[in-house]
Design a protein around this ligand. Structure first.
Ligand code: NAD
Ligand code: ZN
Length: 253
């Protein structure tokens, strides 16, 4: 059964295939980055949904920054896994390959991917909370752990915020535009995402609507499982590894 699924995907991957991959927290799970959903997602009994919001930041910026500092420190010790490496390899091998990630951890870049469409921003970037005139739109702040919590804007002395998209916030229009362009593809893989967070969760349906063959790879069934052409159950690192071996490569591991 799984062999048939792998065959069905491999048949659609030729040198000129346009492949778009959407990834979620499950792709970084094998690297040791906790997902949001599930018991590992908890931090001091707070759920991500209660911390990753503009409201939480407005009412307690210190608490929210302590959580980000904990996540940043944890992620700084994590290395890309086979799934990140295979996606980076496909980016070099297939001209029509595009990677959209909901992850904010930067492990795709560490694995060698470039031009990643960072749907939800980066945990390594920050911006001035008030968008003061002198500050850039975003800048890198990769000190771990942070010397001072909450960190302040070097230009105006006010608060800075993490460069991520919080629940209830909109997607950067330029990023949305790039993601929409990537929906024009032959094969769309949605990998390691719970398919609950919109608008990201709607991308697979939009790609299917435009004629792409859609595949989900996840350890568990999700709300998207019944809407894709093919749902493959398994770990991202394992299933992408099987695909890459069938494609004749030797990356991953
Ligand atoms: P999620 O936590 O809601 O869901 C994780 C999904 O991954 C689940 O469906 C689970 O079954 C699956 N999964 C777990 N281990 C897997 C594996 N080894 N292989 C394949 N699938 C596996 O994550 P989400 O869907 O990405 O959405 C939540 C939001 O959380 C996103 O906006 C993202 O920005 C943020 N987030 C990012 C990170 C990160 O950067 N690594 C981590 C946690 C959450
Ligand atoms: Zn400022």
């Amino acid at each position: 059964m799984r062999e048939d699924s792998i065959d069905a995907i491999v048949r659609r991957i030729g040198p000129s295939a346009r492949i778009t991959v959407l990834t979620g927290a499950g792709v970084s799970a094998a690297s040791g980055v906790p997902t949001f959903r599930g018991k590992d997602g908890l931090w001091k009994s707070y759920t991500a949904e209660r911390l990753a919001t503009p409201e939480a930041f407005a009412s307690d910026p210190r608490l929210v920054w302590e959580w980000y500092d904990w996540r940043r420190t944890l992620i700084s010790r994590c290395r890309p896994n086979g799934a990140h490496r295979i996606l980076a390899l496909w980016g070099r091998r297939y001209e029509g390959f595009r990677l959209i990630t909901q992850n904010v951890d930067g492990l795709d870049e560490k694995a060698g991917s470039d031009s990643v469409i960072r749907f939800h921003g980066s945990i390594w970037e920050v911006s001035c909370r008030d968008g003061c005139a002198k500050s850039p739109k975003r800048w890198v702040l990769d000190e771990v752990p942070l010397g001072h919590i909450p960190p302040s804007c070097p230009w105006c002395g006010g608060l800075v915020r993490p460069g991520v998209v919080w629940f209830g916030e909109g997607i950067d229009p330029e990023v949305l535009h790039r993601a929409e362009a990537a929906l024009e593809c032959d094969l769309f893989l949605t990998v390691g995402t719970s398919a609950l967070v919109y608008p990201a969760a709607g991308l697979v349906d939009a790609a299917r609507g435009r004629g792409a063959f859609t595949v989900e790879i996840n350890r568990e069934a999700t709300p998207a499982s019944g809407r894709v052409d093919l749902a493959v159950q398994g770990g991202a690192e394992e299933v992408l590894g099987l695909l890459e071996r069938r494609l004749g490569g030797c990356a991953g591991g």
